[in-house]
Design a protein around this ligand. Structure first.
Ligand code: SF4
Length: 226
């Protein structure tokens, strides 16, 4: 249950196993391996949701990377049949699968899309070549569809996202992004060796957020690590 996974909505959040990327700051690394067994059968999730009709606004699919799961379209259909709105968190690694959920029939009501870096820096962040093109193509898909959205960029000390946040934010604003959030990476849950703090980092994050906020997005949020 969450009141922040889809800002403004009270939702149940469903975590799907599997992700093609390996972000240095991933705080759900146990969800990356697609072969790892899940902890809850989908039929149990549906039963849980059936008992909460009228109590929740919607369901958010997250991960991992939910678009990696072949069963996602059917799961979305099941959730819609129960009367819930549907939100989707994605890193943008599967732009064609994302498009299929938005066009020609919109099956997802809100998308939270991570834009992790400028396209040329992506491989350094997620460890996969070609990832930047996929993520920025997913941004085009979201904006072309007109779906409600939030684009999120996570920063940590010394990261490409921190180094280039002004340019990332300007490109997002110019592309037509209406809602943007800067997220400060947390150490909690990450692999050994990841550093989420540094001298002067808190003030640097504040300054980066102030610059992004000044661009005039309809909605802007700074999500601090603590
Ligand atoms: S895309 Fe998300 S789930 Fe996948 S490795 Fe990166 S942070 Fe983790």
């Amino acid at each position: 249950m969450s009141s922040c996974d889809w800002p403004g909505r009270l939702v149940a959040t469903v975590f799907l196993q599997g992700c093609p990327w390996q972000c240095v700051y991933c705080h759900n690394p146990d969800l990356i391996d697609p072969r790892a067994p899940g902890v809850m059968a989908w039929s149990e999730v549906v039963d849980f949701l059936r008992r909460r009709r009228g109590l929740l606004d919607g369901v958010v699919f997250t991960g991992g990377e939910p678009l990696r799961s072949a069963g996602l379209p059917q799961a979305i259909a099941d959730v819609r049949d129960l009367g819930f709105a549907v939100g989707l968190h994605t890193g943008g690694s599967y732009p064609r699968r994302l498009e299929a959920l938005l066009e020609p029939v919109r099956l997802v009501d809100w998308v939270g899309l991570d834009i992790k870096a400028l396209p040329e820096d992506y491989a350094d962040v997620v460890g996969r070549p070609g990832s930047g093109e996929r993520a920025w193509r997913s941004l085009e898909v979201v904006l072309a569809s007109g779906v409600e959205h939030e684009v999120r960029t996570t920063v940590h000390p010394g990261s490409p996202a921190a180094a280039h946040l002004p340019e990332i934010a300007e490109r997002l604003r110019a592309a037509g992004v209406r809602s943007f959030a800067v997220q400060q990476a947390r150490a909690l849950g990450t692999r050994a060796g990841f550093t989420a703090s540094a001298p002067g980092w808190e003030a640097e994050v504040e300054a980066l957020a102030d610059g992004a906020r000044s661009l005039g997005f309809d909605r802007f949020a700074l999500r601090r690590a603590s």
